[in-house]
Each structure stands twice: as structure tokens, then as C-alpha cells.
Design a protein around this ligand. Structure first.
Ligand code: 5GP
Length: 191
């Protein structure tokens, strides 16, 4: 089962609702980090994707890096994070555009073709799945590189937004450790 009970309990205990369907988990996931919980998240992702033949973990800065590195420690596979700007020092950059749900703007994302290529079978990891825009940007980069996607893992999926449906309808394997059904009236309801 994809769900992680200790994480569900923590989200219910320490998660906070913000206006506009945003869940704040910055006391343990994406500002202050609970390292013990993060390692459990990494081990759980490692188990979930063990049968997929993946050999690389891809995420996007900044909040995806912690769960991705935890999975990297659990598996020994390299972790690459997509950058939200194209550094002038990057060689052979692959570039895509992502719309930010939390900030309401489009931004350019990039990864060096040195670290993403045709031999890579990739698990994509992120902290949240909302509308799936960050995921689509990462899928685009893997496709540009000629690699393949083994699956997508999210610490928290908000099922009242469209990303999960879009990814599953398009044939991607999606594993979410906590699924939030609603944040209406500032009440966290999990599936
Ligand atoms: P998507 O691209 O799927 O619409 O949104 C995913 C990205 O937006 C994640 O990388 C995450 O950083 C951010 N995000 C989306 N929804 C939330 C939320 O409810 N809370 C927080 N803290 N970040 C979110």
C-alpha cells in the first residue's frame, strides 16, 4: 500500500490550511524538516518502486530535494534536481516551462544533459502533487533527454486538484503517501 500511516498522522496533527486550497507542512516537510520522518518517506518510496527497474531519481528544487535524497540514501541511486533557473555554467541544458500553483507565475526549469540521458529510467519525486504542472515539466525534461519514466512519487497528493488524474490517465504510475481529499473550511480531510 502506498500510504504511510505515520505521515498521515503527522499531517493531521501538524498540517495547517491556508486560503486557496494550500496545505502548510513547513514544520516537518518543506521548511523545518523532520529527518527521521524524511528517512521513512525515502525508504517507503524505495519499496514502492523497487520493481520498476529505475536507476535515477529526479526532483525539482527546493522542496523535492529532501524526500528525493532520502530515497537516494535508501537505494544508492543518484539524485538529480531540476533547477528553477538556468545557470550560466550549465552545459547542454534541457529546458522546459512550468506554471507555479503556489506563486501563480510561469518559470523556466532546466537540467544538464550531463545528468539526464537516454539510459536513465527515472522515478520523479516531489513534495506535493496539485495540478501536475511541476510533474509535467519534469516529464518533458526526461522525454527530451530520451530517458524513460518508471513512476512518480509524491509525499502529499491533493486529490481535489487535477494532477493525479491527468498523470494516471496518461499511463504514469503514481504513488502518493498521503492523499488529501479536501481542505474546505480549513479542515484537513484525508482519503
Ligand atoms: P503542481 O505543479 O502539481 O500544481 O504543484 C506542485 C508544486 O507546487 C509542488 O512542487 C509544491 O512545491 C507546490 N505546492 C502545490 N500545492 C501545495 C500546497 O498545498 N502546499 C505547499 N506547501 N506547496 C504546494
Amino acid at each position: 500500500m502506498a500510504e504511510l500511516t505515520i505521515l498521515k498522522e503527522r499531517v493531521l496533527r501538524d498540517g495547517k490550511c491556508l486560503a486557496g486550497g494550500i496545505l502548510k507542512v513547513d514544520s516537518f516537510i518543506n521548511h523545518q524538516l523532520d529527518p527521521i520522518l524524511m528517512m521513512e518517506i525515502g525508504k517507503h518510496f524505495a519499496r514502492l518502486f523497487a520493481d520498476t527497474g529505475f536507476n535515477k531519481i529526479l526532483t525539482i528544487e527546493a522542496s523535492g530535494i529532501a524526500p528525493a535524497i532520502a530515497m537516494g540514501i535508501a537505494t544508492g541511486f543518484p539524485v538529480v534536481f531540476v533547477k528553477k533557473k538556468k545557470p550560466s555554467t550549465m552545459s547542454g541544458a534541457l529546458v522546459s516551462t512550468v506554471h507555479s500553483f503556489t506563486k501563480g507565475i510561469d518559470y523556466t526549469v532546466s537540467v544538464s544533459s550531463e545528468f539526464l540521458g537516454k539510459d536513465d529510467r527515472v522515478v520523479i519525486i516531489d513534495d506535493f502533487l496539485a495540478n501536475g504542472n511541476a510533474s509535467r515539466g519534469m516529464i518533458d525534461l526526461v522525454e527530451q533527454a530520451g530517458g524513460s519514466i518508471a513512476g512518480m512519487g509524491f509525499v502529499i497528493e491533493k486529490t481535489f486538484q487535477e494532477g493525479g488524474k491527468w498523470l494516471r490517465d496518461n499511463g504514469y504510475r503514481v504513488e502518493s503517501l498521503v492523499r488529501v481529499a479536501s481542505l474546505d473550511n480549513c479542515e484537513i480531510k484525508l482519503l
